[in-house]
Design a protein around this ligand. Structure first.
Ligand SMILES: C[S@@+](CC[C@H](N)C(=O)[O-])C[C@H]1O[C@@H](n2cnc3c(N)ncnc32)[C@H](O)[C@@H]1O
Length: 242
């Protein structure tokens, strides 16, 4: 089994990855972000939608939302969070609906998971195919430059009755990142590993262009600020023009 096919990872660490605070943050960003303001009634794809933190506020703004995720557990939560969403259980490597969407989103570092570099490019190609001409793709990840600012410091987060410790290791000359997650609660411990590609702004922009996107831009946050030494995330947006 590939690491990202392990439902125990997404559901077992859900308290840390998908706390109520993040649902509120997503709702606030959908309400205020200039990057998340689309034409009325736009068809929006959330690729790797997880438990639907973004689907629900997007649907409340009147967009027609589709969530794609590989995890049946995550999709069941997305259904509860957003009953109006169309939900599809499929691998992002395979998912493509030619010309259907005005917007495709891939947020909270849900890109770069596939073991082969070419497969991650294929995910962008699929998104390109799935957009209408004039449509846009927005990818939000932890950029390599951001990561370089705090890598090496183990992080610990308190959860109900326990603690989650995350430890990062850079692999293959800054090509990929391994994060070891350990949840200790009482006398039990749960461990999982995430291993994904990490991209600099220039690398991710180049991948967008290879996939066919035009007018590719970077931002440092959903307020559309520039990607610089103050940024905490890397957001790349590109358009399908043909
Ligand atoms: C870090 S979570 C982010 C979820 C959501 N975007 C959010 O902001 O909360 C990554 C999600 O990607 C899904 N996923 C992982 N690999 C996938 C794949 N190959 N195809 C589709 N979904 C995948 C996981 O099941 C998980 O729900």
């Amino acid at each position: 089994m590939r690491w990202y096919e392990n439902d125990g990872l997404w559901s077992g660490f859900a308290e840390t990855m998908f706390p109520p605070r993040r649902a509120q943050e997503a709702a606030d960003l959908v309400a205020t972000s200039p990057l998340l303001r689309f034409q009325p009634g736009a068809q929006v794809l959330d690729l790797c939608c997880g438990p639907g933190l973004w689907l629900a506020p997007l649907a409340r703004r009147g967009y027609q939302v589709t969530g794609v995720d590989l995890s049946p557990v995550m999709l069941a939560e997305a259904k509860a969070a957003c009953p109006d969403a169309e939900l599809i259980c499929e691998d992002m490597l395979e998912f493509s609906r030619p010309g259907q969407f005005d917007v495709a989103l891939n947020v909270f570092t849900s890109f770069g998971y596939l073991a082969e570099a070419e497969d991650n490019l294929q995910v962008l190609r699929n998104a390109y195919t799935s957009l209408k001409p004039g449509g846009q793709l927005i990818v939000d990840v932890m950029g390599k430059e951001v990561l370089a600012g705090w890598i090496g410091r183990p992080q610990a987060v308190d959860v109900d009755g326990g603690c989650v410790v995350m430890r990062d290791t850079i692999l293959d000359d800054w090509t990929r990142l391994r994060t070891d997650w350990t949840l200790v609660r009482g006398d039990t411990a749960r461990h999982a590993v995430i291993e994904c590609f990490v991209y600099s702004a220039a690398e991710l922009k180049d991948l967008f262009r290879q996939a066919g996107f035009q007018d590719v831009e970077c931002f440092g946050d959903f307020d559309a600020s520039s990607y610089d030494n103050h940024s905490k995330r890397l957001i790349v947006r590109g358009y399908r023009r043909d």
